[in-house]
Design a protein around this ligand. Structure first.
Ligand SMILES: NC(=O)C1=CN([C@@H]2O[C@H](COP(=O)(O)OP(=O)(O)OC[C@H]3O[C@@H](n4cnc5c(N)ncnc54)[C@H](OP(=O)(O)O)[C@@H]3O)[C@@H](O)[C@H]2O)[C@@H](O)CC1
Ligand SMILES: Nc1ncnc2c1ncn2[C@@H]1O[C@H](COP(=O)(O)OP(=O)(O)O)[C@@H](O)[C@H]1O
Ligand SMILES: [K+]
Length: 501
């Protein structure tokens, strides 16, 4: 699957550039798009008796007329249902003209239980909630458990944000063209698309040179080139040293999950910095992971003077009864370089003064990586969180620009954003990850990769992918403790992929 994501506006631009360079004009691209959808339908539903094709007034509807004609030519019984005729002079009008089937009105359409429906009402051009009739049909299809195949996007879903502004279709299959759009990966769009197929409709790859997309699908191809591979000359500290700050005696498990995940992700050495009163409990549970007593921010400075780690994890299980903010600022000020992954309580501690964090991060030689879930995001970026006009992608980008950090905005559709404008949306998330402590493991993987000198944005993207990949492999019954032990097989597969690919 290609890694570039195009917004609907960028897709329109790709379309215009391709048409101006030929050989395909707009109607030829539409015929290619319709043919790609018809082929997917015939491949899956060849024995289908009746197929309903819903056509809108724009080019999405135009694709629908092509699909209807081709399915009819393949011997299927096809019914075309249209929400108004296409505008004269458009490619969609040409497609309607070439379709031999008479269109019935949408207002009279009632799907039979389990019927096959091709949704070609609205795609990239959706600008407002579905009209009354289209909204009624979307709800009727859901109630009738119709099998919906969406052309480009399920109608009602925004290609930019994945949001459903009101009613939307729920597809079992979505066939889109050339490149995915953010709306295919951001929830609830992702769930509404069902299986996604990206079809080649003849647009040349060279159109991307002019568009230079900055939003990407988080796949190994995005970060494989910088993925750490050990060399013969390395020793444990040069492979990367991670320090994880532990909570007090009652909450040490989270730090150990992060520490183990960092070690299993290839860091050569990992040390848990523990308060004195939790040393015994940490020592009882650690073997290859080192332990060092660090009681207060001054002790952080002393520890860093002895051996400054390449990456820190601060926050998991740390506890808000201690001045976490001072600890974070001490790390940002005292360290000579590297990365700090601020998670959980580390993020929450700055809820009243997020600017203090952003300023310290900007003047620190350390790179900051923030790993908020939705609640934590709202504590650091309340205005972005509350702005319903922004997509999750835009929120993450805004947060990265403001904080100067790499932001991993977690959830079923995790977005990773960098202050330089790059952003990636994760694709392999799985609800098995919704288990206590899985975020602590993620923070450890990020630190483990960053300590091996993987650039922070790449380390964040790779960690999110590996974390989800491990959870997918394990599946039912997964708990956070299982995740670090699954890393070796995920690592082995990543390292087996040719970096030139
Ligand atoms: N780009 C490419 O490379 C290729 C793109 N292709 C296809 O083109 C599709 C994009 O086509 P598109 O731009 O014509 O938009 P589309 O989704 O048909 O809707 C526009 C129409 O709907 C109307 N309208 C909008 N929202 C509405 C609402 N909620 N409720 C009611 N009406 C609403 C709007 O009316 P207006 O806003 O002007 O009043 C306008 O008439 C794309 O998804 C793909 O399938 C392929 O052919 C291959 C090449
Ligand atoms: N439904 C879901 N689908 C995919 N990933 C999920 C889902 N729910 C949670 N996750 C992932 O699980 C992790 C949970 O992290 P977090 O909320 O910090 O949990 P904890 O604090 O218990 O460790 C994140 O990486 C998040 O993206
Ligand atoms: K559609």
């Amino acid at each position: 699957m290609p890694i570039e994501l195009l917004s609907p506006a960028e897709m329109g631009e790709a379309d215009r550039i391709a048409i101006s360079h030929g050989p395909f004009d707009g109607y030829a691209l539409m015929r290619n798009a319709g043919a790609a959808v018809a082929a997917e339908v015939l491949r899956r539903f060849s024995g289908e008796k009746h197929i309903n094709v819903l056509c809108g007034p724009g080019n999405n509807g135009g694709d629908g007329y092509v699909v209807a004609r081709l399915l009819r030519e393949a011997g299927c019984a096809v019914r075309v249902i249209a929400e108004g005729p296409p505008r004269e002079g458009t490619d969609a009008a040409l497609a309607a003209r070439d379709c031999p089937l008479e269109a019935g009105p949408l207002s009279a359409f009632e799907p039979d239980a389990g019927s096959l429906v091709i949704d070609a009402l609205y795609g990239a051009g959706l600008t407002r909630p579905l009209d009354r009739e289209a909204a009624r049909v979307a709800a009727a299809c859901r109630n009738a458990c119709a099998r919906v195949v969406a052309v480009d996007l399920p109608s009602g879903i925004s290609g930019d944000s994945g949001r459903a502004v009101g009613e939307a279709f729920e597809a079992m299959l979505t066939v889109t063209f050339f490149r995915l759009k953010p709306g295919h990966l951001l929830e609830p769009g992702r769930a509404s698309c069902g299986e996604i197929v990206v079809a080649d409709i003849g647009l040349p790859e060279t159109v991307l040179e002019q568009i230079a997309p900055r939003t990407l699908v988080n796949l190994p191809a995005l970060w494989l080139a910088t993925y750490p591979r050990p060399t013969r000359q390395q020793y444990k500290y040069s492979r990367g040293h991670v320090a994880v700050f532990s909570g007090g005696p009652g909450s040490t498990g989270a730090a150990r999950l992060s520490a183990l995940a960092a070690a299993r992700s290839g860091a050569g050495a990992v040390t848990v910095y523990s308060p004195g009163n939790a040393l015994a409990v940490n020592a009882a549970h650690l073997t290859s992971i080192m332990l060092r007593r660090v009681d207060d921010p001054d002790a952080v400075r002393d520890a860093l003077a002895v051996r400054s780690p390449d990456a820190f994890v601060l926050g998991p299980g740390f506890g808000l009864d201690r001045p976490v903010r001072e600890w974070a600022l001490a790390v940002l000020k005292a360290s000579a370089g590297g990365v700090v992954v601020l998670d959980a309580d580390g993020i929450t501690s700055f809820r009243d003064r997020p600017e203090a964090l952003f300023e310290a991060a900007k003047s620190s030689p350390l790179d900051l990586i923030l790993t908020p879930h939705e609640g934590e995001f709202a504590r650091l970026f309340p205005d972005l969180a509350a702005d319903d006009g922004l997509s999750k992608l835009e929120k993450a980008r805004g947060a990265a620009a403001r904080s100067g950090a790499v932001v991993i905005f977690k959830g079923p559709d995790t977005v990773i954003a960098s202050a330089d404008g790059r952003a990636a949306i994760n694709f392999n998330g799985t609800p098995w990850l919704a288990t206590a402590g899985s975020g602590d493991v993620l923070a450890g993987i990020v630190a483990g990769l960053a300590a091996q000198k993987m650039p922070p944005f790449d380390a964040a993207c790779a960690a999110v992918w590996m974390h989800a990949e491990a959870a997918r492999r394990f599946g039912p019954g997964l708990i956070a403790e299982d995740l670090p032990g699954l890393m070796p097989q995920v690592l082995r597969e990543i390292l087996a992929i040719d970096p030139a690919l």
